[in-house]
Design a protein around this ligand. Structure first.
Ligand SMILES: [Zn+2]
Length: 388
């Protein structure tokens, strides 16, 4: 396949220029100027479009049919330009085998799961996965990780009151011990959390992920006077990875503006796409990227935060998140449209963006398809207490 004539933005290589991309046998084999296709080569016309490495969304929920949050990955992720997603804790030790067999292994979207430290995973909107301390189970989590070592990329703990009840301390400690024993990163979800943020940040190791980093609730990265917490700076300084995780209740333009103005930047832009936000305000990763363009982050940085940076967080730089020869043959074709586009955060603030990124086509493992949000095939949205 020849992806011809597009403007390639590949921050992993510091590249922003018109280039042709050749993909063969599911891999990028050449990146340069080669406008003439070889005999039999499929041509994808990218003139006037941006060609970026296949987008990576570090936080989604795709355990469709089992987790109340779950959306189907292919119509909502791959079809909107995201070739790789991290499922952030939809499955736990009791449910992971089904997630693997009935979702991960049959999806075109590449799904790299983080295992919930709560053994049920995210089954119920009414009962938090950590409310019963018997489900906070290091031994079962480690057994599951060892059985699925080829697939599981991290451990997840959600620390909102709705999920942990009275068990925040034991949940965080167990998740940290499990991640350390398994030599994997820990992703911590914060917001309406009984433990002060500074105390959580002090525990996080280099490579761990703080998701929902710009939530608009109490105990955010900004203190009561709107200044970036010293502990947040120290965490970023030692390599803790701040992730956006937009979600339905976890992203505030005001907090993002305040943090960016003080030069606290997220490492990765992710959507936290799930049933409760796929019809707005999140829609998809490209829309979340557009929000950061509107906040003044450069196009190259927005692309880095959805390609090279998440690949780094997942320990797969060079394999994913780049179009360097040898990398997986994944690319996303985007159109940068100018106009006036109202975009909402999770606190009902709307800003009018002067530009937006629209997915046009996606190439996964050397197979191209047009990007389009298919009609969602979802059950009626349950009325419950969504959070996250
Ligand atoms: Zn989430």
């Amino acid at each position: 396949m020849l992806i011809r004539g597009g403007t390639v933005i590949d921050p992993a290589q510091g590249l922003h220029a018109v280039r042709d991309v050749v993909v063969r046998d599911r891999r990028v084999t050449a990146l340069g100027e080669r406008p003439t296709p070889a005999p039999g080569e499929e041509v994808v016309d990218a003139h006037g479009l941006l060609v970026v490495p296949g987008l990576i969304d570090l936080h989604v929920h795709v355990f469709y049919g089992a987790s109340h949050y779950g959306i189907e990955p292919d119509p909502h992720c791959l079809a909107t330009g995201t070739t790789t997603v991290v499922d952030a804790g939809s499955a736990g030790a009791f449910t992971f085998t089904a997630f693997r067999r009935y979702v991960i292994e049959v999806s075109q979207t590449r799904i790299l799961p983080f295992l919930n430290i709560g053994a049920t995973g995210m089954l119920s909107a009414d009962v938090g996965e950590l409310e019963d301390v018997r489900f906070i189970d290091k031994a079962r989590a480690l057994q599951t990780i060892e059985a699925h070592r080829d697939l599981i990329r991290g451990v997840k703990v959600r620390l909102s009151r709705q999920q942990v009840g009275a068990n925040a301390g034991v949940a965080l400690a167990t998740a940290l011990e499990t991640a350390a024993a398994a030599r994997l990163p820990l992703m911590v979800h914060v917001g309406d959390t009984p433990i002060p943020l500074d105390d959580i940040l002090r525990e996080l190791r280099p490579g761990d992920v703080l998701t929902h980093c710009f939530h608009g609730r109490e105990q955010g990265v900004l203190d009561a006077r709107g200044r970036v917490r010293a502990e947040a700076r120290r965490a970023v300084g030692r390599g803790v990875h701040f992730d956006v995780g937009h979600g339905v209740g976890s992203f505030s333009f005001a907090v993002a503006r305040g943090a960016l103005a003080q030069d606290l930047r997220p490492a990765t832009i992710s959507s936290d796409l799930h049933v409760y936000n796929v019809h707005g305000p999140v829609f998809d990763l490209a829309t979340t990227m557009s929000k950061f363009l509107a906040l003044g982050v450069s196009l190259d940085d927005v692309v880095r935060m959805t390609t090279a940076a998440p690949a780094q967080a997942l320990g797969v730089p060079g394999e994913l998140g780049t179009l360097a020869p040898g990398a997986a043959g994944d690319a996303t074709l985007l159109r940068l449209e100018e106009g006036a586009f109202p975009l909402a955060d999770a606190t009902r603030e709307t800003l009018v963006a002067g530009a937006r990124l629209v997915p046009v086509a996606v190439v996964k493992g050397g197979v191209a398809r047009a990007a389009s949000l298919q009609q969602p095939r979802l059950p009626p949205v349950p009325v419950s207490r969504p959070y996250g």
